[in-house]
Design a protein around this ligand. Structure first.
Ligand SMILES: Nc1ncnc2c1ncn2[C@@H]1O[C@H](COP(=O)(O)OP(=O)(O)OP(=O)(O)O)[C@@H](O)[C@H]1O
Ligand SMILES: [Mg+2]
Length: 517
């Protein structure tokens, strides 16, 4: 009897084990296990009291990004549990074969820490702003059992901080470009960012090497001068004005400076700024160690329609950087212009603009530098001919020269011939010369009442040299022009000479020149 009961018991236990095994296999095969897990967690959650902690994207004053939000977001995206979520975003990473998982709006994911289970929700509330505009208010919600709070909350937050600090440092090295969005009083954050991948560096810029060296040293010595500025009672900021004709590399140089510093770039589009206080707000929302850029400031200052609500005093206060000093860290400001001619000199006074850097049209030296980087040649039998044409005063922007070289990069000889033809055409029409003359730094700019440090790349040339150039140009032209048009051309060149002689100042024995006042 006892033996029979043992056999029955054996079969019952075996049956139960078999049943559980088949059930487990079934649950896992059909993924029903996840449904069961959900129910278990749901029942368990229902038996506990929870506490919710909010991590909003912006600080309570709504001015600045809440840095902890960024840290938590990075941490959550790195969790293995994001892979087990019901849904999530997949994006390509930096490398071509990288795929990254990214929290979706209103997605919830779970994490465990010291045996306690917590959940995070990426809460995004869409706000309708107008007909076709909306904005989002983002908050990360941490849900934690009340019984676990005392034990794990602080160490858990510290754990997040430690886990991402290395990752953040890595990301800090990736420079970002921020652009301001259209003003709307209901939007907190006004900056949208993308990775800053502009390929320009100091090395790729065709510029006088001495000038590059001095700009680099200026930046480096500024960065080391926190105590010095503090002792002087000055805001720790440095403003640069890059000015010169179109296509001479001003925007590319902004990128090169940001890369050298490894700073994020905040480019302010003044046409999207509502008024002076909006401009202040944008400045306040920039992060530490950043380059703040306003491109084509002359265009905005001369075109009242474009600046709309931003006043002259709004721009000058912005340039003084008083507000940025609230953040305490260094600020680099860069403004670009085609010409300073119509700009109120008070806007360019020392303190507002510390360094003026002139970007000239192409000369023979910059041409050689472009030929080296675009065509890979340091010398060529056509170089003397190119130099001769440059000496006549013919010129082009580096952008134009670069474009010709790119198109003809398979044949350096063809590229150089095309550059020669283009320079001859420009010289013959005289258009480029007069354009470049008018955009060179004027005597007023290099010695006038506005201030700062002036750095120019062959910006000033002696009158005698200019006369020689014009004579050469005249000879070149007279080969092509006859009769009354010669007299007309002579008159034109005489006018041009007078224009230049009013603008030419100082000797130009050096490639670049620095005038401190
Ligand atoms: N000095 C230079 N060295 C190397 N490349 C240059 C230089 N100047 C211009 N380029 C090339 O020409 C193109 C246009 O340059 P960039 O946009 O920087 O000119 P810019 O002075 O900002 O013109 P704009 O005043 O019209 O904005 C870029 O592709 C850049 O690589
Ligand atoms: Mg530009």
């Amino acid at each position: 009897m006892f033996a029979i009961s043992l056999v029955v018991l054996f079969f019952v236990i075996s049956g139960i084990c078999l049943f559980l095994l088949i059930l487990r296999l079934f649950l896992y095969r059909t993924a029903l296990i996840h449904v069961v897990n959900k129910w278990v967690h749901w029942i368990e959650d229902g038996m506990h009291v929870h506490q919710i902690f909010k991590v909003p994207e912006f600080n309570h004053d709504n001015f600045q990004e809440n840095q902890f939000y960024g840290q938590v977001f990075t941490y959550l995206n790195s969790l293995a549990s994001i892979e087990n979520s019901d849904f999530t975003n997949l994006f390509s990473g930096k490398k071509s074969n990288d795929i990254i998982l990214y929290l979706d709006h209103n997605q919830t994911i779970h994490d465990t820490f010291l045996g306690a289970r917590v959940s995070w929700k990426n809460e995004v509330n869409d706000q309708k702003l107008g007909e076709d505009q909306s904005c989002c208010r983002r908050t990360l919600l941490l849900k934690i059992k009340k019984k676990d709070k005392r034990r794990i909350l602080r160490p858990y937050l510290q754990h997040i901080h430690n886990a991402v600090s290395e990752d953040l440092q890595q990301r800090k090295r990736e420079v970002k470009l921020y652009m301001n969005t259209q003003y709307d009083h209901r939007i907190n954050g006004r900056w949208n960012s993308i990775p800053f991948t502009h390929p320009s560096t100091f090395d790729t810029m065709a510029m006088d090497s001495d000038l590059k060296y001095r700009i680099k040293s200026d930046l480096e010595s500024f960065l080391k001068s926190k105590q010095y500025y503090h002792r002087l009672g000055r805001i720790w900021k440095r403003s640069y004005l890059l000015y010169g004709p179109s296509g001479t590399g001003k925007s590319s140089f902004v990128a090169a400076m940001a890369k050298l510093l490894n700073y994020d770039v905040y480019e302010i589009d003044l046409s999207r700024v509502a008024d002076d206080s909006d401009l202040k707000m944008l400045l306040l929302q920039t992060s530490n160690k950043s380059v703040i850029v306003i491109e084509d400031l002359d265009r905005f200052m001369n075109d009242n329609k474009s600046v709309r609500g931003v006043s002259f005093s709004g721009v000058s206060t912005f340039m003084d950087g008083i507000l940025s000093s609230c953040r305490g860290d260094e600020k680099i400001m860069i403004f670009t212009m085609n010409s300073k001619d119509k700009i109120d000199s008070s806007l360019l006074r020392p303190g507002r603009i510390d360094v003026h850097i002139y970007f000239p049209m192409c000369n023979f030296n910059s041409f050689k530098s472009l030929a080296n980087s675009y065509l890979g040649i340091r010398d060529h039998k056509l170089f003397p001919q190119v130099e001769e044409i440059f000496q006549t005063g013919a010129t082009m922007s580096p952008a134009e020269v670069g474009e010709i070289m790119i198109v003809n990069r398979s044949s350096p000889s063809r590229a150089l011939k095309s550059v020669i033809t283009a320079l001859q055409t420009n010289a013959a029409t005289g258009w480029r010369l007069s354009e470049s003359a008018s955009s060179r730094p004027s005597a007023e700019e290099s010695g006038g009442e506005s201030g700062g440090v002036f750095w120019k790349d062959k910006g000033s040339v002696p009158v005698a040299k200019e006369v020689r150039k014009l004579y050469g140009l005249l000879r070149l032209k007279s080969g092509k022009i006859s009769g009354p048009s010669v007299a007309k051309e002579v008159r034109k060149l005489y006018g041009l000479l007078r224009l230049k002689s009013g603008k030419i100042s100082g000797p130009s024995g050096h490639d670049s020149e620095m005038i401190e006042r």
